[in-house]
Design a protein around this ligand. Structure first.
Ligand code: GLN
Length: 328
């Protein structure tokens, strides 16, 4: 079978298998997310050669939410270097919910991971900028470079989050008190809230993942979104904390670095090969999309993509020009 046929079939089958899965609920602590159609479900795979395979609602826009943490981590790390980033933010899993204050308290208010809210705000504050507005523009540009197109803010979601983010404001002040925030706390929280309210499609999300799979170079535009040397650090952090308290279970059962957001997006990265993204709003109790987890798990297993497998993958890690001609 052609490698591209194998991917297309795996994507189509995963969509059919997961589309009727019930369970989970939209995030409701952000009012604008509670009202999104819970039946929306898209899958997209993008290879490091830029080939794209989709099923379902892959072109519907949704809020990037915590997946934005990957981009702000990349921008901050590129700005200050991996060593300094390690010292200032930390790079270990917390084992606690993404907005946990307990996780901070246990470590002298050090955030520990850029992929939880505290560490994400710390990372955002480390992105060089003259003002909060400048920092926001820099992040939106970074997100757009990762996605390969100009992304936009959802005013509706941003307004809703800004009106209900008192908990994140509290975290920002705790970080400030402990010396882990490097710009005005309320400005940082405002920018963090905006960076979570950017709209992406499932295919944008797969391109973001494929950029990480491709050493930081967007496979659709060839633009460098992050330094190649920093990609392994980001993927390691995604392995440890990308699905919060489920990250260990995800590594055990799927074996790929991933990142979820409470908008319903989830992406998994196979370095050098491709990324698999899926989107559906209903979340489990840890904030990870139920259908997206099911779909990505199935595709990963069908194509033998776990990083920890010792054996041939169905997809041979070659550039697209080779990938699409295998079997011709
Ligand atoms: N904006 C959301 C928050 O700060 C993002 C959380 C998430 O996607 N896990 O709570």
């Amino acid at each position: 079978m052609l490698a591209s046929d194998a991917i297309a079939t795996a994507v189509a089958n995963a969509w059919i298998q997961a589309k009727d899965t019930s369970g989970g609920a939209n995030a409701n602590y952000i009012p604008a997310l509670a009202t999104v159609d819970p039946t929306l479900f898209g899958i997209s795979v993008v290879t490091t050669g830029g080939d794209t395979f989709t099923a379902g609602d892959a072109t519907v826009e949704f809020a990037i939410e915590s997946i934005s943490k990957v981009v702000s981590m990349a921008l901050a790390m590129d700005a200050i270097g991996a060593e300094e980033f390690h010292g200032k933010v930390g790079t270990d899993p917390t084992g606690l919910p993404f907005n946990s204050v307990m996780a901070l308290a246990l470590h002298g208010n050090k955030p520990m991971s850029a992929l939880v809210n505290a560490g994400a705000m710390s990372a955002t504050s480390l992105i060089p900028a003259e003002s909060a507005e400048h920092r926001w523009v820099t992040i939106l540009e970074g997100q757009s470079t990762f996605a390969g197109r100009q992304l936009t803010l959802s005013d509706m979601i941003n307004d809703s989050e800004q009106a209900t983010n008192a908990h994140n404001k509290g975290i920002a002040w705790l970080l400030q008190a402990a010396g882990y925030l490097h710009a005005d706390p309320m400005g940082v929280c405002d920018v963090y809230t905006r960076q979570c309210s950017t709209l992406i499609t499932t295919t944008d999300l797969a391109v973001i993942g494929a950029t990480l799979a491709n050493g930081g170079i967007n496979p659709t535009t060839q633009h460098q979104a992050v330094t190649a040397d920093n990609v392994p650090h980001i993927l390691a952090e995604m392995t440890m904390e990308g699905l919060y308290e489920s990250s260990g279970d995800w590594a055990y059962s799927v074996g790929l670095p991933g990142k979820s957001g409470v908008g319903g997006g989830l992406v998994a990265v196979v370095p050098g090969v491709l990324a698999i993204a899926a989107y559906s709003p209903p979340l489990d109790e840890r904030g990870n999309s139920v259908r997206a987890q099911q779909a990505i798990t199935q595709i990963t297993r069908t194509l033998n993509l776990s990083l920890y497998r010792n054996g041939p993958r169905t997809v041979i890690p070659e550039p697209a020009s080779v990938l699409t001609t295998i079997g011709d």
